[in-house]
Design a protein around this ligand. Sequence first.
Ligand SMILES: [Zn+2]
Ligand SMILES: [Zn+2]
Length: 468
Amino acid sequence: MSSVAPPATHPTVPKVSKDEEPADLHIPDNYVEFTVKNSKAKPPVTWSNLLSELNYLSLTILTVTPSIAIYGLYTTRLRWETAVWSVLYYFITGLGITAGYHRLWAHRSYNASKPLQYFLAMAGAGAVEGSIKWWSRGHRAHHRYTDTELDPYNAHYGFWWAHVGWMIIKPRRKPGVADVSDLSRSEVVKWQHRWYIYLIVGMGFLFPTLVASLWGDARGGFFFAGAARLCFVHHSTFCVNSLAHWLGETPFDDKHTPRDHFITALVTIGEGYHNFHHQFPMDYRNAIKWFQYDPTKWFIWACSTVGLASHLKSFPDNEVKKGQLTMQLKRLRETQDSIEWPSDPVDLPVISWQAFQEQATKRPLVLIAGYIHDVAAFLDEHPGGRHLLIKYIGKDATMAFFGGVYDHSNAAHNLLSMMRVGILHGGAPHGLEEKAIPPSQRLRVARHSELSSPYSSTANSDGEGMLG
Ligand SMILES: [Zn+2]
Ligand SMILES: [Zn+2]
């Protein structure tokens, strides 16, 4: 037997200065419960306190932008070059959020080279959704405390709260602690935070206007590639918090609200496989199948092929499959529970051969694979004819049923088991285990508590065993 020596040094948290210390280093073990119980939430918003509870900065950005876009729509002719540029710039700034803010900085699902980081930081600023640091801090809290009061965009408060409510109304309580000390050390994140105001004006409006001026349509550039595009990027990315927690399926886990849906993917540049994402947040993909729509994944992958990105993280397929299987079994169990099954053998009376003989004179009883069946209701339904059943009343029809006279179908065997009324003393006299179990019951979904414990007394415990 070989044993492995313990590591020479015990892993410790590296020494860092106070402001670089992880924000969650000293939280108590019962942090969530403790915080919800002991930190006071702001009073509910009503018509009387609404004006003092609004976040006017967010409200202004989210109302003025569409107003400018609508004004432009009625006063400016849309040129095709500008239309193409607006759509392109929608994708560029959208990717700034999805590939940059979200998958790179909030989740660290891949490594990006400096040029790519600056590109994403600038593109993300053009989406006007706060700095990388602020955005990632909220998003990490969202993942850590999903659907709880510490989740800044708690989907249990409704679609509109998760979409925009959480921004235009002052938070009802501080989001749960989430560490972003890694981002505080990043040169690009610090740079973006510092120049953020200039960057949103420059990337949000100036740059799209300048580009369109190349074909003499600065006005169109401002209204369409600037304001209208920004409005679309806003609501597109907000859908990740609202629509993606509301519409679709839960193929990996149904404990929380995140869901998978193609439509959400379509409107969010591929962030629509949100059920997967909440299960495997460090994965650079949202969609795992090649035919699912995830342009953000395609973008990251393309960057990796030209050396701009590296270390793309993806969860082991084996673990992904476990999640899927768990949900599939859960659904199968629901179907299984909705079906009527034969009586449990332990509930059936065990009778002697003699008693069987006696009772078979009063009603049509047939013995098959150790079970006694009352075929009264089936006499006229029997496809092979009534006479064949009558012939076996009071007799053992096992051989005849399983191929001797006719090799019955699985469906026939399943149906037969519904006619069980008793067991012949001596168990299954033929020892035909397979034949005693109807095909529909040979494979079943059982809860862990319904099975015998896998951790039985055979586990050895000498107190000095090494962990594998
Ligand atoms: Zn989410
Ligand atoms: Zn996320």
